[in-house]
Write a protein that binds this ligand. Structure first.
Ligand SMILES: Cc1cc2nc3c(=O)[nH]c(=O)nc-3n(C[C@H](O)[C@H](O)[C@H](O)COP(=O)(O)OP(=O)(O)OC[C@H]3O[C@@H](n4cnc5c(N)ncnc54)[C@H](O)[C@@H]3O)c2cc1C
Length: 337
């Protein structure tokens, strides 16, 4: 960290985009006593945001399998912020299991990650009774958590208003028309200014069955994608997620087969489940798949949260605030113009 010259710390703050990045920025800035207005072009249902489609896993140790160390560092910090601001967030850990044919990939996953304990068949059954007898080996990451994006976004928006911030839904904002400091959290829509920003398609399916109960996300080792089943309560489960270099939001038959097949491997009772929803979101990503906080005199842009928006947004908002309050720069994610 080092110090640099920066915008004044007392001007009003206009944040564009009420997805997970913009919402956490608005919350921390409002709590710090700044005059915050959060602009969102869609309505409170947030169906135009990538955040609407996310799994909401807070999994810094599992993600270390494929992500840079900065993701785990910031992710672990974010867990504290989720805990402090939303004490009811479930921190029941994550479970990783594998089909016997993917044993080598399972061992690789164990080697590439930390913060886990190995479980045998009995340990898996004790942790998740619905999975008793289904897998011989598992990895349990006790420190991880998960949120339900479609519940937690409205909770964040309510917390912003309680902290004194204003939210304007249906407000398609232009940075040049806004007062004070602008924080641009427009996700993929910021491609007009952010060179190299691209969308990475993630497909998901929601299913419903009373036959299976899970207390935590279960990841199934898969040669192409990290596939997972996340309990949503009331017998609903989200199956996610593909990762495809494409910018349409259709769900292909092949992806649906893979997602539903993974659920069936986790538990055959998912074969009888009712399909509630298919959908896809586009993850905003820079070429290195790392998030960036880009600082200009009147505007700070926070983008490229890729697969880790829920995991990283609290820590990124804290970094932006620390920069404005004390001039601190995090060299791994911040760039000054
Ligand atoms: C299938 C899937 C699963 C995922 N699972 C996880 C997971 O388990 N854990 C995790 O951490 N991450 C996950 N992600 C990634 C996460 O969803 C993204 O990183 C995150 O949603 C990006 O958030 P954002 O706030 O940058 O963008 P967005 O959520 O897209 O928000 C940007 C907002 O800006 C608004 N906007 C744009 N232009 C304007 C304008 N001019 N004026 C006003 N508003 C504007 C848009 O309407 C939008 O609401 C997943 C993503 C997908 C697709």
């Amino acid at each position: 960290m080092y110090q640099t010259s920066r915008p004044r710390g007392d001007s009003p703050v206009s944040i564009i985009g009420a997805g997970i990045a913009g919402a956490w920025h608005a919350l921390l800035f409002a709590e710090a006593g700044r005059a915050v207005t959060l602009h969102e072009r869609s309505d409170a249902a947030m169906t135009e945001s990538t955040s609407h489609w996310a799994g909401g896993m807070l999994a810094p140790w599992c993600e270390a399998e494929s992500a840079e160390p900065a993701i785990s560092r910031l992710g672990i910090r974010s867990l504290d912020l989720w805990r402090r601001h939303f004490p009811k967030t479930p921190f029941n850990g994550s479970l990783v299991v594998a089909h016997p044919r993917d044993r080598a990939d399972f061992e690789r996953f164990a080697r590439m990650t930390s913060g886990h304990r190995r479980l045998d068949a009995q340990g898996i059954g004790e942790l998740e009774p619905s999975l008793e007898g289904r897998f011989r080996d598992g990895l349990f990451y006790p420190g991880e958590g998960h949120v339900e994006p479609r519940r937690v976004l409205p909770q964040l928006h309510a917390a912003i208003e309680r902290a004194g911030g204003a939210i304007r839904f249906g407000s398609e904002a232009e940075a040049g028309d806004l007062d004070g400091l602008v924080i641009d959290c427009r996700g993929l829509s910021a491609r007009d200014r952010e060179r190299g920003l691209r969308g990475v398609k993630g497909e998901m399916i929601i299913i419903e069955t009373p036959e299976v109960e899970l207390a935590r996300p279960v990841r199934l080792i898969h040669p192409r994608w990290p596939l997972y089943v996340i309990p949503r309560g009331d017998g609903r489960f989200m199956l996610g997620a593909t990762s495809i270099e494409a910018e349409d939001t259709g769900v292909s038959v092949r992806s649906a087969l893979e997602l539903l097949g993974a659920a069936y491997v986790v538990h055959p009772a998912f074969g009888e489940a009712r399909i509630v929803e298919f959908g896809a979101g586009l993850r905003p990503a820079f070429p290195d798949n790392l998030p960036k906080i880009r600082i200009e005199p009147e505007r700070i842009t926070v983008n490229g949260l890729y697969r880790h928006g829920f995991l990283l947004a609290p820590a990124l908002a804290e970094l932006t605030l620390a920069y404005l309050a004390r001039g601190e720069i995090d060299n791994e994610v911040m760039q000054c113009a």
